[in-house]
Ligand binder design. Structure first.
Ligand code: ADP
Length: 382
C-alpha cells in the first residue's frame, strides 16, 4: 500500500479528510468499529483524519452532504468528494485507499514545487463545525422569527381589542364635556373642577389611542415598508389642527407650544394620517423630555422647490452626540429615560413613515440645551 512520507505529511499537516455518518442501529455501530479498526492499522496515523457524525444528533450535516443512507463514509479531501455507502465500507475503503493516498501525495508534491514548502491547508473538518454552527443558527433564527411573529400577533390583537372600549370611553367623556359646558354658571367652582377633570381624562384617552396606533403600526413588521396613500395635503392646516389638539396638554404641563408656519406654504404630497402621527409623536416627545416650564416650537419651511421641512424644537434634556445616530432605531431609548413611559418605538415609526414618503428625518441636539427634530416631505406637483 503506497504511503505518504511521514515527515512530509507532518510538515505539511495535509491528511485525508474523512467523515463517517452513523446512526444508532447495531449495524451502523458495527461498521463504525470496523472503519476505526481499519484506520488504526494505517500508518502514519496523521495521514488521515476521521470525524464521526451521528445523523440523529446532526441531521443538518447529513442534509448538507445530501446523504440518503447511513452508515456512509465521505472522503472530503483531496477532492473530488467521494461517498461510500453499503454494508462493506471497509472493503471499499481498502480498495480505494491506495488511490486516495497517491492523490494526496501528488497534490502535496505539486503544491510544494509551486510554492516551495508552503502548502494550501486542506478544507479541514473545521468546515463541519462551521456547517454545524450555520445550521444551528438557522434553526435558532427560525424559532426566534416564529416567537416574534407570535408576539406581534398577540400585541396586534390586544391593541385592536383595546380600541373598542377606549372609543366608547372617549365618546362618553366627549358627551360629558359637552353637557358640562351647558351647565348654568351659578354652579361655578364645582362645574369648573368637573370640566377640568373631564378634559384631563379626554386628553389621556387620546394619549392611549396614539400609543395603540403606534403599537399596531410597529407590529406590522419592522422591515416592511409602511403602506401610505399620499394625496395633496395642506400641511399648515394639519399642523395647526394637531397643535390645537395638544395645546391643553402643554398648558397643563406649564409648557409653551408655539408655531411658525408660513401662510403661503405649498401643499405636500403625503398621507395625512401618517404625517399627523409623526408630528404628534415628535411633539409628544418634545413635551415628555422637556422639564417644566419648557418651550416647544413647531416650524415649517419651504426649503427647496421640491421639499418642505418641518422642525420641532424643544429646550429640554437633549440627546448625547454619540447616541443621535441610534435614536431612530427600533426600541432604542436613552438609559436616562428608561423609567419614563414608552417603548422606544415612536421615532422608529416616524422614520419608517417619512422614508415611505421619500423624505428624510434627522435630529440636531445639544445635551441640556434641547433638541430639534427635522423631517422633509415632497411638495405636491399638480
Ligand atoms: P419613547 O419616547 O417611547 O421612549 P421614542 O422612539 O419616541 O420612544 O424615543 C426614543 C428615545 O429617544 C427616548 O426614549 C428618549 O431617550 C429619546 N428622545 C426622543 N425624543 C427626545 C427629545 N425630544 N429630547 C430628548 N430625548 C429624546
Amino acid at each position: 500500500m503506497p504511503q505518504l512520507p511521514s515527515d512530509f505529511v507532518a510538515a505539511s499537516n495535509a491528511a485525508l479528510q474523512l467523515i463517517l455518518f452513523v446512526d444508532k442501529r447495531a449495524a451502523s455501530k458495527r461498521q463504525n468499529q470496523q472503519v476505526q479498526d481499519y484506520l488504526k492499522s494505517i500508518e502514519p496515523s496523521h495521514s488521515w483524519n476521521l470525524q464521526v457524525a451521528d445523523v440523529e444528533e446532526q441531521p443538518y450535516l447529513a442534509e448538507y452532504y445530501k446523504l440518503v443512507a447511513t452508515p456512509a463514509l465521505i472522503k472530503l479531501y483531496p477532492e473530488p468528494r467521494q461517498i461510500l455507502t453499503g454494508a462493506n465500507l471497509v472493503a471499499q475503503m481498502t480498495a480505494l485507499w491506495p488511490r486516495w493516498q497517491s492523490a494526496l501525495t501528488t497534490l502535496i508534491n505539486s503544491q510544494a514545487s509551486q510554492n516551495g514548502s508552503a502548502l494550501a491547508s486542506p478544507p479541514s473538518v473545521k468546515l463541519m463545525e462551521l456547517v454545524d454552527q450555520v445550521f444551528l443558527l438557522q434553526q435558532e433564527n427560525t424559532s426566534l422569527q416564529n416567537q416574534i411573529k407570535f408576539k406581534d400577533r398577540i400585541i396586534a390583537m390586544l391593541a385592536h381589542d383595546l380600541r373598542n372600549p377606549l372609543t366608547a370611553a372617549n365618546i362618553a367623556l366627549e358627551t360629558l364635556e359637552a353637557q358640562l359646558s351647558d351647565l348654568p354658571p351659578q354652579r361655578g367652582q364645582e362645574s369648573n373642577l368637573l370640566r377640568k377633570l373631564t378634559h384631563h381624562a379626554l386628553t389621556q384617552t387620546q394619549v392611549i389611542e396614539r400609543m395603540i396606533v403606534n403599537l399596531l403600526d410597529s407590529t406590522r413588521g419592522n422591515c416592511a415598508a409602511i403602506q401610505i396613500q399620499p394625496k395633496e395635503v395642506d400641511l399648515r392646516s394639519l399642523c395647526l389642527e394637531v397643535v390645537a389638539g395638544l395645546q391643553s396638554r402643554f398648558l397643563n404641563k406649564q409648557q409653551t407650544l408655539a408655531t411658525d408656519i408660513p401662510s403661503d406654504l405649498p401643499p405636500v404630497h403625503a398621507d395625512r394620517d401618517h404625517v399627523r402621527q409623526v408630528i404628534i409623536n415628535l411633539l409628544d416627545n418634545a413635551s415628555k423630555y422637556t422639564p417644566t416650564p419648557g418651550v416647544v416650537r413647531l416650524s415649517v419651511l419651504h426649503r427647496t422647490m421640491q421639499k418642505v421641512q418641518v422642525t420641532i424644537c424643544d429646550n429640554g434634556l437633549g440627546i448625547p452626540k454619540e447616541k443621535q445616530r441610534h435614536i431612530f432605531d427600533d426600541e432604542f431609548r436613552l438609559d436616562r429615560d428608561k423609567d419614563c413611559e414608552g417603548y422606544g418605538i415612536g421615532l422608529a415609526l416616524c422614520r419608517r413613515i417619512i422614508l415611505a414618503h421619500y423624505g428624510q428625518i434627522w435630529v440636531d441636539s445639544t445635551p441640556n440645551q434641547g433638541s430639534c427634530f427635522h423631517f422633509t416631505l415632497p411638495v405636491y406637483r399638480v
